[in-house]
Design a protein. Sequence first.
Lengths: 112, 121
Amino acid sequence: MSDALQEELRVHFRESTVERVREMMELLDALERDREDAASLRKLARHFHALAGLGTTYGYPRITELGEEGEGSMEASMEASSDAALARWRALVVAVESVLKERPPCGPPDAF
Amino acid sequence: MRVLVIDDEEDVRYVVRMSLGRVGKMTVLEASSGAEGIARARSEKPDFILLDMMMPDMDGAATFLQLRANEETASIPVVFLTAKAMASEVQRLKDLGARAVVLKPFNPMTLAADLTAILEG
C-alpha cells in the first residue's frame, strides 16, 4: 500500500506544482513590470516557502532545496527586486519545473 | 480518532488527509484558514488539531490563542506544523501550550504513528 500511496502523492504533487510554477512565472512577470510590487513579492515568497516544506514530503527532496534557496534569497530582498534577484528566482522556478519533468524518484522518502 | 488540520496550503491538507486517513485510519477534517479552523473546532470537537504556523490573515499562534480562549476548544490538544526554517519557534510554541511541534517536511508514511505517540505520550 505504501508504494501505491507514494505514487499517488507524487502524481498529485506533480500536477499541483505545474500549476504553482505557472503562477510563480506570472508573479515574476509582474515583478519585471513593477519591481516594488509588494503583493507579488509576498505571494512569490509564500510559493517558495511552500515548495521548501512540501517537496521532500512528496518525494522530491531537490524541490525542497530549491524552495529553501528561493525563500532565503527572497528574505534578503523583500522590499524590491533587483535584476539579479529576479533572474535568480526565475532560474530556481525553471529548475523546479525541470525536476518535475525528470523520471520520478522511486522508493520511500529517505530524506527526513 | 478525529483530527482537524488547519492549513492554507491545499497540498499540505492533501498529504495529511492521505497520510492520516489512509495510513493512520483517522478521520481527517479540514480548514483552510484560522477563522474556519476555529469554527470547525467548535462545531466538530476533534480529538486533536494539527495547526500550520505560517498562514495569511490569522497565523497559527493567533489561531491557537483563540482556541485556548474559548472554553469549547480550550482543552483540545494542538500540534503545530512549522517549516524547518522556523525551528527556533519550537520552544515558543511549546511555551504557549502546544502539545508538540512537527517540522515540515515530514514523512507521510510515519506521520500517523508519530502523532499517535505524541498524543499518548
